[in-house]
Ligand binder design. Structure first.
Ligand SMILES: NC(=O)c1ccc[n+]([C@@H]2O[C@H](COP(=O)([O-])OP(=O)(O)OC[C@H]3O[C@@H](n4cnc5c(N)ncnc54)[C@H](OP(=O)(O)O)[C@@H]3O)[C@@H](O)[C@H]2O)c1
Length: 261
């Protein structure tokens, strides 16, 4: 692995799910990193840890609820105990508020989305900052192309992701003097199980092949395709790696050219 990879580094991914979380863990492992995998579902953590180990890297699983302070403190301690260092933190976990107009969304539902999408990312970054500072580490926040539009029903989600972007930028300013970089990756469509299921559903409703739904959607991107988890994860690996050593406070849109920014 060349210098610009993640060889010898330890990366914590919070929000290991079947989509992008898994992709980030596996691409980091392919780039040479050992992984700390965090989410609430132990069975999924175990499955993905096995996949990481098959790639020849070490993986530890830490069942974590990122909305809980004690649980996050345990994650930070367990990460250092496992590898003696933390070079990267990826905040991937998210919560989708009800997809209805803001006028009809309860403030409680908006608060819940903020707890996971914004405050938990801040909580984890604070907890890991001392360890990250020891190795000029970096943080990547996973955002969304909802930053680029204001479509109906996306209001509460957009509020939380816009706040997450603001958080990343302010943390970049605050933590930069300690050598810690804080960047954002903003995917649009992710060609993974949930979108595949949704396109099958739409195709069934319209009585057309699922490929047609894919092609129509892909036609809205410059590259005429929808990004796969690995393709988005590679942007995360880049931002974690020394190749991005002069990049901080930035947002990288990874969407095959659906939105330009
Ligand atoms: N899917 C899309 O189309 C899309 C598009 C644009 C951007 N994004 C962004 O990409 C990221 C990943 O999305 P994804 O759909 O691919 O998800 P994913 O990586 O498959 O899964 C994310 C995981 O986060 C975990 N999580 C949620 N709340 C948590 C909590 N309180 N504590 C710990 N873990 C928690 C969940 O696992 P547990 O339930 O096991 O805790 C969930 O499986 C998100 O930030 C999302 O906003 C997604």
């Amino acid at each position: 692995m060349p210098l610009e990879g993640l060889d010898g580094k330890a990366v914590v991914v919070s929000g290991i799910g079947p989509g992008l979380g898994r992709g980030i863990a596996l691409q980091c492992a392919k780039a040479g990193a050992d992984l700390v995998l965090a989410a609430r579902t132990q069975a999924r953590l175990d499955e993905i840890a096995e996949e990481v180990e098959k790639l020849g890297r070490r993986a530890v699983t830490v069942r974590t609820d990122i909305t809980d302070e004690a649980s996050c403190e345990h994650l930070a301690e367990a990460s250092l105990e496992a590898f003696g260092r933390v070079d990267g933190l990826v905040n991937n976990a998210f919560s989708i508020p009800p997809m209805i107009d803001l006028a009809d969304t309860s403030l409680a539902a908006i608060r819940t989305a903020f707890e996971v999408n914004v405050l938990a990312a801040l909580r984890l970054t604070r907890l890991f900052a001392p360890a990250l500072a020891e190795h000029r580490g970096s943080v990547v926040m996973i955002n969304s192309s909802v930053l680029r539009h204001s479509r109906l029903t996306f209001g509460a989600y957009k509020m939380s992701k816009a706040a997450l972007l603001a958080l990343a930028q302010s943390l970049s300013t605050e933590l930069g003097p300690a050598g810690i970089r804080v960047n954002t990756v903003a995917p649009g469509y992710i060609w993974a199980d949930s979108l595949k299921w949704y396109f099958d559903f739409l195709a069934g409703e319209r009585g057309v092949p699922a490929q047609q739904v894919y092609d129509e959607t892909a036609a809205t991107t410059d590259l005429r395709k929808l990004p796969e988890p690995d393709e988005i994860a590679d942007a995360v690996v880049f931002l974690l790696s020394p190749l991005a050593r002069a990049i901080t406070g930035q947002c990288l849109d990874v969407n095959c050219g659906e939105w330009h920014h």
